[in-house]
Design a protein around this ligand. Structure first.
Ligand code: ADP
Ligand code: MG
Length: 518
């Protein structure tokens, strides 16, 4: 048997990624990358067949913005990355796989060959985005032990660190935790109960389009306007490189304002310059509505969990943007709790992923004979983050309707079904259109894919019962089954995906990336 390799936990972030492993004492440690940093920018520079990932790519971004792919995580689940890079349209999975490959290779410098990993995803990532994440890992030569939700990972890490979990991963007392994760490009809030060894998410919500970068943009807008006013309409934002550098300046300023009350920005563009003092108060005023959006999301998540602030025992802050003093202040005011800052908000998610990876491996290695002694240390129950249903036609009115099979915030894993009827005389196939979210008519829903039951007997009378079962696994992946009970027919259906990569595409890219590695 080959010697088993050390599994790693990967926080594949929108803006920064982090890798951790468990040392020989079982303690999670962040692995520094080849540049010597704990966190790696999730940025790729594509130059023909070669690519550069991380800090070096960021440095080049100001000079060659057209070769840069960043924020690809936002596009996971779509067919293509939002812009052409080096003149080419790429699937977001490919960009993410290049990041994952860099993370794997850097970790290998420390740990030797690595092939297994737990990768984290935002709790509200929908099914296609989860699949795309798994595909990206596969392209990067990693076997995914599991994907786990970022807030769950953070709660596990805090649990160990703060000691509300004992060595066996058991909570000393029941905890009801709110995880507030404000990263670079996404916001995520989850309420979770930890009771003994059970981690159960009660409700989750978030915003894929809200993160630190929105704070950067506000500040960049402010600096850009002042620059333009000073230089009679000459605007650095008019060219891509000026814009990139302005955003970088804004980000640096924002970070500095987390530590200081006032910062003086100095920005130059094509021989013109500006020096501009900005106070933390000003910055907080120009971004107050963004913070307000997170407050609003928290309230609705608490409501969905049927809880009040007084029920919450711990408040965990995750994500680099939670370092902004305005975030902590708002949360403490709102909740009456003290924020737990005992763990670095950048590393908590990766540490939790490493702990979870260790747990999965330990579970795998449990021999049947000693199973009772080595009871799995922890169980993680997630909730579904979106309604999942079937788009069908109302037989009476002929209008589209959304038959929700698994409602949002259902505890996973779950199997649920609904009955439908065939519509036409002699119908040969039954097509099941799987959708996520949307209103009662299916408007604004995300098509997940289509399943087809083929080969129905000829001259089938209309009104035959078709049962559709959805099985949603713990990690948020979906299986669909269709049954025609009157015909005793059963079909496990593969989903013909509405987005992302099918198996052929995945293989094709797998070969292509392998070739470019040689
Ligand atoms: P993600 O998980 O989305 O990749 P991270 O959790 O790594 O993101 O957070 C990255 C974001 O945190 C960036 O927008 C960065 O500017 C911001 N950030 C990091 N440190 C600070 C700080 N000290 N003050 C304010 N924002 C910060
Ligand atoms: Mg993150």
């Amino acid at each position: 048997m080959p010697k088993s390799t050390i599994p790693i936990g990967i926080d594949l972030g929108t803006t920064f990624s982090v890798v951790a492993y468990l040392d020989s004492t079982g303690r999670p440690c962040t692995i520094t990358n080849a540049e010597g940093d704990l966190i790696t920018p999730s940025v790729v520079l594509l130059d023909g067949a070669s690519s550069v990932v991380g800090k070096e790519a960021v440095k080049a971004a100001g000079m060659e913005p057209e070769k840069i792919a960043d924020f690809a995580k936002r596009d996971m689940g779509s067919m293509f990355y939002s812009k052409k890079v080096g003149g080419e349209q790429l699937p977001p999975e490919v960009i993410q796989s290049l990041i994952l490959e860099k993370l794997r290779k850097d970790a290998e410098l420390k740990l030797g060959p690595i092939d297994r990993a737990v990768v984290t995803v935002p709790a509200f990532f929908n099914e296609p985005r989860r699949k795309a994440t798994q595909d990206a890992a596969q392209l990067a030569g990693l076997q995914i032990l599991d994907i786990i939700n970022e807030p769950t990972a953070a709660a596990i890490a805090f649990g160990y660190q703060v000691g509300f979990l004992d060595e066996k991963g058991q909570a000393r007392q029941k905890e009801t935790i709110l995880v507030y994760d404000l990263g670079g490009g996404t916001f995520d809030v989850t309420v979770m109960v930890i009771d003994g060894t059970d981690f159960t998410a009660l409700a989750t919500g978030g915003d894929v389009f809200l993160g630190g970068v929105d704070w950067d943009r506000r500040l960049a807008e402010h600096i850009g306007n002042k620059f333009r006013d000073k230089h009679h309409g000459f605007d650095p934002r008019q060219d891509a490189s000026g814009n990139q550098r302005l955003l970088k300046e804004a980000e640096d300023t924002k970070r500095a304002l987390s530590a200081r009350e006032q910062v003086t920005v100095s920005f130059e563009h094509v021989g013109q310059g500006i020096r501009l003092p900005i106070t933390r108060v000003e910055f907080e005023e120009m971004t107050a509505d963004l913070l307000e959006r997170t407050r609003f999301t928290i309230k609705s998540v608490l409501k969905e969990a049927k809880l009040q602030w007084t029920d919450i025992t711990r408040l965990l802050l995750v994500g680099g943007s939670s370092r902004m003093p305005m975030v902590q202040r708002m949360l403490e005011e709102e909740s009456g709790l003290k924020v737990d800052r005992s763990l670095s908000p950048d590393e908590a998610v990766a540490h939790g992923a490493a702990l979870y990876a260790g747990l999965l491996i330990a579970r795998e290695e449990v021999q049947p004979d000693d199973a009772p002694a080595k009871k799995p240390a922890m169980t993680v129950k997630n909730v579904s983050s979106h309604d999942l249903g079937v788009l069908s036609k109302d037989p009476a009115t002929g209008r589209s309707m959304n038959s929700i099979i698994i409602p949002r915030n259902t505890v996973l894993p779950v199997t649920k079904g609904k009955r439908f009827r065939t519509a036409k005389q002699g119908q040969k196939t039954v097509v099941i259109n799987v959708i996520e979210g949307g209103d009662s008519a299916g408007r604004n829903s995300t098509p997940i894919g289509r399943c087809t039951i083929h080969g129905l007997p000829p001259d089938l009378a209309p009104g035959m019962i078709v049962e559709v079962f959805f099985t949603y696994s713990e990690n948020g992946r979906l299986k669909v089954e269709g049954r025609l009970p009157e015909l005793k027919r059963k079909a496990m259906l593969s989903i013909e995906r509405a987005s992302g990569m099918n198996d052929d595409k995945l293989n094709e890219w797998g070969e292509k990336l392998k070739a470019s590695r040689q």
